[in-house]
Write a protein that binds this ligand. Structure first.
Ligand code: PLP
Ligand code: COI
Length: 370
């Protein structure tokens, strides 16, 4: 690590030691990688890292060359999955500057996730500082156009102990990945598979926090979706097995013929920052938004009668992706004839225009990093 072992005083965030990579990616190679980055396979040259132990608290904050972690085979995360993460993006503005979108909301959710998973809560200012430092040093990796730099803060339990208890030691790190669209077809409508065999979350569980275990548990259902020719899985509630909850990695909205929106209520779903932003944008343009339960049977009926005009998935990675087709063991139905609808695409434009600094930001969602 090499960073100073000084404990980080709550007020002094300038404690990050910046150690630029000795052999950064040559410019030509970087340009080639940025030309078509896809999602999550290309990484920048650096990472931010901060350590925690009970004696010192958070310490040894550092930005350094991205490298493997030495991890003892008995590290708690490898056995009991004490792991949480976040996802947010940095966007290049037309004036060459760089925006983050609502990093304070990610920092707050990360803290909530840590509390639920009995991990050391990371001060929100430290989360934001780590993200900003990494974006600054790797700003050459932010794609132009509609691309962005996906930031992945995460925390793992690193105590070497096989007893089942909250770890005494943690590693917090941020890595960055230049990305294009999450789905291969860009904002083209996606198809989703209704999981009737698997659920994602139950009351009292971990559905509302962003822990790796939630995603591990979703993979079998997602594989089933792929087997049925669909892009993503949608989960139903664990009690009655009929209320729509969310997709494997996205929240969901429904658009009705009276112009109103509906999205499932918070509780067992992840409180998406995109979801929250869409609710705010819709409401301020006069669109009623209900946070209410909605069943899969009602969805099918409303799609058939024409009462349901559109449905879309939303999240940091997916932005807003229209849902064109819903498939389940009982057959399939189309939404807006399988085409992208104007409400989803209009909201998508409103949101990305704010993110890229092309539109006014009345909510102060944008944090300029450069
Ligand atoms: N739901 C799940 C399960 C997710 O993984 C995500 C992605 O982070 C979301 C919803 C959307 O959350 P956000 O808009 O904060 O990215
Ligand atoms: C995100 O949108 O940030 C997520 O974590 C979802 C995942 C499917 C990439």
């Amino acid at each position: 690590m090499g960073a100073s072992l000084a404990k980080i005083d709550d007020a002094v965030w300038s404690k990050f030691e910046i150690k630029p990579a000795a052999n950064p990616t040559p410019e030509k190679e970087r340009a080639a990688k940025l030309a078509d980055p896809g999602f999550g396979r290309v990484f920048t040259d650096h990472m931010a890292i901060v350590r925690y132990n009970q004696a010192m608290g958070w310490h040894a904050a550092c930005v350094e060359s991205r490298a493997n972690f030495p991890l003892d085979p008995a590290a708690a995360v490898l056995h009991y999955a004490q792991e949480i993460f976040e996802g947010l993006k940095a966007y290049k503005r037309d004036d060459g500057g760089v925006n983050l979108f609502r990093p304070d909301a990610n920092a707050r959710r990360f803290r909530n996730s840590a509390e639920r998973m009995a991990m050391a809560p990371l001060p929100e200012a430290l989360f934001i500082e780590a993200v900003e430092q990494l974006v600054r040093i790797d700003s050459a990796w932010i794609p132009g156009g509609e691309g962005s730099l996906y930031l992945r803060p995460f925390m793992i339990a690193s105590e070497i102990f096989l007893g089942v208890k909250p770890s005494a030691d943690y590693i917090f790190a941020v890595i960055a990945s230049p990305v294009g669209s999450y789905f291969k077809g860009g904002p083209a409508p996606v198809s989703i598979w209704v999981s009737e065999n698997y659920t994602r979350a139950a009351i009292g569980g971990t559905g509302a926090v962003k822990c790796g275990g939630n995603y591990a548990a979703s993979l079998r259902a997602q594989a089933e979706a792929i087997d049925h020719g669909c892009d993503q899985v949608v989960f139903l509630d664990a009690v009655e097995r009929r209320y729509i909850e969310e997709l494997g990695g996205m929240n969901v909205f429904f658009v009705f013929d009276d112009g109103s929106l509906l999205t499932p209520p918070l509780g067992t779903i992840l409180p998406g920052i995109t979801r929250d932003s869409i609710i705010a944008l819709a409401k301020e343009s006069g669109t009623p938004v209900r946070e209410e339960l909605y069943t899969i049977d009602q969805w099918r009926t409303d799609a058939a009668s024409g009462k349901l005009k559109e449905a879309f998935a939303c999240g940091t990675a997916a932005v807003i992706s229209p849902i064109g087709k819903v498939r389940s063991a009982n057959g399939e139905f189309l939404i807006s004839g399988g085409a992208a609808g104007p409400v989803a695409m209009g909201l998508r434009k409103k949101l990305v225009d704010i993110q890229y600094g092309r539109a006014a930001d009345p909510h102060n969602w944008i944090k300029k990093v450069l």
